[in-house]
Design a protein around this ligand. Structure first.
Ligand code: AMP
Length: 249
């Protein structure tokens, strides 16, 4: 079984996001970037499945500018076998990324594509679903447990009502939740070894995919500042304030 894992380079989750003064986006210059957190879970799960003898190869793929390759290197340092970097400048919408990933899936012929449930920069939660539609493969989203069973997968998904367990046929797309596993850290020797693992570079323009945006971004602005809270002495005062001031009960 071959597993393709999509990893995206995003602003690190610890960074305090700042909006550009002209409202055209967020500041990315000199800002720490990292792998999108659920994509680390996707890589971890693929590597664990390989370690359990149920997968033969794990291939990490990223779509993005030159520096996006760092995310592939990190995936190689925690156990992926090789990488693919589809080079493209500028911000891409999920539809463009999923069309590019479709081309990579056509070429690589994986049995499984693991992705994050959501990218923390655009919060779209669309790329996996769109890829599933383009490839016409089954999908299991928000996976918090994955069991590989011959040519099927048993996936537990987090839903509003609790946990749902579904069985899907392979080939399939799985988008991974943060609760799926605990991603390992890359050890120094493995970081050094990863430098020797191959990364194939492909120009997005060579894939014949239309990556032009379908959405027009009007403005990016900071959320309104929250007012300071107050402390109440007891439940009676809380109820009185909710009733008479906030008027919510
Ligand atoms: P999104 O639909 O933007 O919330 O992204 C969901 C998932 O799709 C991410 O967690 C990644 O696994 C994958 N993905 C999105 N954009 C990229 C990209 N540029 N390169 C690689 N994977 C991506």
């Amino acid at each position: 079984m071959k597993i393709l894992v999509a990893v995206k380079r995003v602003i690190d989750y610890n960074v305090q996001i700042r909006v550009k003064e002209d409202g055209t986006g967020v500041v990315t210059d000199n800002v720490k970037m990292s792998t999108n957190p659920p994509d680390d879970n996707a890589i971890e799960e693929a590597v664990k499945i390989k370690e359990a003898g149920k997968a033969s190869e794990v291939v990490a793929v990223t779509v993005g500018e030159e520096k996006a390759q760092e995310t592939v290197r990190k995936a190689l340092a925690v156990g992926a076998d090789r990488g693919v970097h589809v080079k493209v400048d500028g911000t891409l919408e999920p539809l463009a990324v999923s069309k590019i990933l479709q081309k990579i899936a056509d070429k690589e012929k994986p049995d499984l594509v693991f992705m994050g449930k959501q990218a923390i920069d655009d919060d779209c939660n669309q790329t996996g679903q769109m890829l599933s539609a383009l490839l016409n493969w089954p999908q299991a989203t928000f996976a918090s447990k994955i069991d590989v069973k011959d040519n099927k997968l048993e996936v537990t998904r987090e839903i509003d009502e609790g946990l749902e367990t579904i069985e899907i046929n392979v080939p399939a797309i799985v988008t991974c939740d943060l609760r799926l596993n605990e991603p390992r850290y890359a050890s120094l020797p493995n970081i050094m070894k990863a430098k020797k693992k191959p990364i194939e570079e492909i120009a997005a323009s060579d894939l014949g995919v239309d990556v032009s945006p379908r959405l027009e971004q009007l403005k990016v602005e900071e959320p309104p500042k929250r007012k300071a809270g107050i402390k109440v002495a007891n439940v009676a005062e809380l109820v009185q304030k909710l009733k008479n001031e906030a008027k919510v009960i």
